[in-house]
Design a protein around this ligand. Sequence first.
Ligand SMILES: Nc1ncnc2c1ncn2[C@@H]1O[C@H](COP(=O)(O)OP(=O)(O)OP(=O)(O)O)[C@@H](O)[C@H]1O
Length: 311
Amino acid sequence: MMIVKIENLVKRYGDLIALDHLNIEIEEGEIFGLLGPNGSGKTTAINCLLSLLKYDKGTIEVFGKEMTPSAYDIKRDIGIVMQNVAVFDELNVYENIDYFCGLYITDKNKRKELVEEAIEAVGLKDFVKFRPKKLSGGLLRRLNIACGIAHKPKLIILDEPTVAVDPQSRNNILEGIKKLNAQGATIIYTSHYMEEIEQLCSRLVILDKGKIIAAGTKEEVKSMISLGEKIVVETFNLSDEHLHMINEMPNVIDAELRDNVLTVRQKNGVSNLVNLMSFIADYDISYGKIYSELPTLNDVFLEITGKELRD
Ligand SMILES: Nc1ncnc2c1ncn2[C@@H]1O[C@H](COP(=O)(O)OP(=O)(O)OP(=O)(O)O)[C@@H](O)[C@H]1O
């Protein structure tokens, strides 16, 4: 079943085109990634999807029905975790989650069960009596997530849920998301951290200036670029002439030497490493560590836009 279908979505803020003919389809059971640098339009896309923002053009369907500001039957099955933490300072952890869950679930026993499951999912068991002000940034984010997901929505949207959290909370959040997905929820995950998207998502789009510049599975997106692998060699006596010759080798896109580290970007090929090692042996070049890296989503972004994902 198609959970989300966005067609030709255009959103302008005055003269700025924040979303430029966005097309996205998300199937049931996916963890779908929306990757892009700050300001690329991720939050705007989410706010349009939820009908929290008016848009200029396009259509949006959720669960096969048109999404509108008053489509409460659709909204009931969506859990949203926004970038900014929105919880009540007067309520403790348990009471906060219970409150938000109570907006959807009136049966007390059922709610108790769901609140406890949410506490378990985000690892807040030891903090149920804490007020938000007593929680660290990472724990507060986990509470924010628990409030958004406790009612067991079919579609969960997380907008940059790990910004500025400690590594332990980050891992906990990512593991929690995988569990929610394994229990049947479809997930939309926005982030400018490509590692998280790589780790979590089955399919993704990469946004830049409101436009989709790449879409598909991780493998499909990576195969859009010419880079096949990056070979990195720690070397001590590589001359400019050697570097020039490496640059001329078959399959080499470019080679550069910086601080005794040679980086050779190559197109896909079965003997790239062997060829380079033979060259190093033939010219008696001394070397230390050598390793080969596959392209990352950042490389995709870099090749298509000419800039790093994390500007
Ligand atoms: N209310 C607004 N009025 C005018 N411009 C806006 C408004 N909200 C966002 N923008 C602009 O629209 C563009 C997209 O912003 P958006 O917040 O959707 O990006 P984002 O990818 O979510 O970035 P971030 O990761 O920083 O939240 C940016 O250029 C931003 O400055």
